[in-house]
Design a protein around this ligand. Structure first.
Ligand code: 1HE
Length: 264
């Protein structure tokens, strides 16, 4: 493990663990509220990934994953600036969701507003029992602006998101697992280790598989079925005729690959 490249003013700490890039949200005194600098830093990191980075983990080493948008910056923008600010979050979060590598979020404590929008842009989410999910935009008189109204209904449905924003309802880590906000729920203090385990696992996938899952699957799922089937056939063929797939298929057929066993 290399030391974190950071100063105390760095809103995102970055370090490498082998082929995994670890990003640590680093505004603990503001509960990792996301200011412009933090979002710009995420944008820079995702725009300049080294080719040998195979997966990425986003975590927090303090009590909370993120308290969402830094509300102190909201009071200074006029309408055009506000629209462009929201669009800048969209651009950054698009780079996370539709980049080259799988991104895994390790969640704990507050996963609120923009923090939940950031988590929703990641591909896998691992939560600790302290994690809780809220969209207090309704209470603050504002609206989600980081892609939440696009991504969150796809995770939990419009009606649950409406409830969260209209009434301030929060969901616990256990509820979040049941609803599909996180795919994993682990013990206290275990989210980062689990996220790293998953990152190492997915970084062993064929590059074409991760491409298909990140770029094709969400588009196929939203396409009309006739288009979706054609896209699926094209993607399946691009994957299965790739030399990496051919090798993995031979490994199985010639008894060199493991069998699929239940993981408990
Ligand atoms: C903040 C923020 C923030 C904390 N913007 N400064 N998000 C919210 O509405 C959530 C607001 N935050 C909270 O409800 C609480 O801070 C927490 C439950 C997350 C944590 O509570 P606690 O007791 O651990 O900390 P605290 O004492 O409330 O906060 C510590 C400091 O962080 C304090 O500043 P200080 O100068 O008094 O030390 C807080 O003001 C500051 N802080 N959260 C700015 N969010 C793209 S659109 C997305 C829209 C949204 O994300 S809306 C949701 C906003």
């Amino acid at each position: 493990m290399t030391a974190a490249s950071s100063t105390s003013a760095t809103p995102v700490l970055v370090r490498r663990e082998g082929r995994i890039l670890v990003l640590t949200l680093n505004r603990p005194e503001k509960r990792n509220a996301m200011n412009d600098l933090l979002v710009r830093e995420l944008d820079r990191i995702f725009s300049t990934l080294e080719p040998d980075v195979a997966a990425l983990v986003i975590n927090s080493e303090s009590e909370h994953f993120s308290a969402g948008l830094d509300l102190s910056e909201l009071t200074t923008r006029d309408l055009p600036e506000s629209i462009m600010h929201s669009r800048s979050w969209h651009a950054t979060f698009e780079k996370i969701q539709f980049g080259r590598v799988p991104v895994i979020a390790a969640l704990k404590g507050a996963v609120i507003g923009g923090g939940l929008e950031l988590a929703a842009a990641c591909h896998l989410r691992v939560a600790e029992p302290t994690a809780y999910y809220a969209l207090p935009e309704g209470q603050r008189g504002i609206f989600v602006g980081g892609g939440g109204s696009v991504r969150l209904p796809r995770l939990i449905g419009v009606s649950r998101m409406m409830d969260m924003m209209m009434t301030g309802r929060t969901y616990s880590a256990g509820e979040g697992l049941a609803l599909g906000i996180s795919q994993y729920l682990v013990g206290a203090g275990e989210a980062f280790a689990k996220a790293m385990e998953l990152a190492n696992k997915v970084s062993g996938n064929a590059a074409m598989t991760n491409f298909a899952l990140i770029h094709a699957l969400p588009r196929i799922a939203e396409a009309d079925p006739a288009t979706g089937y054609v896209m699926e056939s094209l993607m399946a063929s691009a994957a299965s005729t790739n030399p990496e797939a051919q090798k993995r298929l031979s490994d199985f057929l010639e008894k060199r690959a493991g069998k699929i066993v239940p993981q408990g």
